[in-house]
Design a protein around this ligand. Sequence first.
Ligand code: NAD
Length: 321
Amino acid sequence: MKKAVVCGAGGFIGSHLVKKLKDEGYWVRGVDIKEQEFWTPPWDEFALLDLRDPANCEQAVLVEGQPVDEVYQLAADMGGMGFIHSAECEIMRNSALCNIHMVHASSAAGVKRYFFSSSACVYRDMTKEEPDLTEEEAYPAQPHNEYGWEKLYAERMAMTYARNEGMMARIARFQNCYGPCGTWTGGREKAPAAMCRKIAGIEDGGTIEVWGDGTAMRAYTYVDDLVDGIYRLMQSDCEAPVNIGRKEYVSVDELVQVVAEAAGKTVNIKHIEGPVGVLARNFTNEKIHALGWESKFSLKEGIAQTFPWVAEQVAKQQADA
Ligand code: NAD
């Protein structure tokens, strides 16, 4: 039985990845600085560790003195656009420390395969009409925010260790991901969860506030699709970064309409000032498709799974207030 460590398993994508790896027959240790607040993933064990500390990284990758077979590094100080713009130092310091120490500890311990969760934020800002960027076209680099720069550095850390120390590294650049059991309030939530929360909280015919003019284009990937892509990539021989994302582009206003439909409500939008992020990002997913990956969930299908979960959290919060 293969053994894996999922770093960031107390978070959104990491907790779903634990389930995917268990379904694939792995023994799994989840690691995080915090507990998973929404559900108990089916890990074999969970370790509460701050991965900014090198000693904790060394401890995380050993089971009974032996290195695990695979490490999945998803731990990051992270959030949606509001967080990315307001917590630049935390992102640059905390995520970099986790990445630096975890890749070194994994390599030094003799871990065979190392996965790093990068982001589409490594790409520059684009217009809607521009042709799709390939993975190689992340360079010359011009990420829109510090989060993207930190991801590029961590990608290079993983590739450097692979080149010099012999540990296999696999790197995915995730598109925006959404689904149940993700952050939905508190300032770190991303747009799909934020829209679900806002719409769950209003009456039919009510109004929600949306940052910017609503025209920024985005593509969203449902979490089950994403963890399937992570698993396929980890088993592959792709040494360079690979994009994972569903090619279904919608404007922010169109996202609101998809959520409104799932909620069965008519929703009015009031556009207000706020951190919007890039205008558009178009990149190819040919490499991940070549590994047999296909997105199974349309935005409508994924939101139909996500909205009821967020609405339940909103109702619980209102009941507790
Ligand atoms: P998340 O915030 O839900 O999960 C990240 C987890 O890392 C959290 O549980 C957090 O507690 C943990 N963590 C932070 N600092 C830590 C530390 N010092 N020690 C141990 N654990 C620590 O985020 P997510 O959406 O699940 O994202 C997972 C990964 O995927 C991140 O690396 C993120 O940058 C990347 N990513 C996510 C998206 C998305 O749309 N969600 C898009 C692109 C890339």
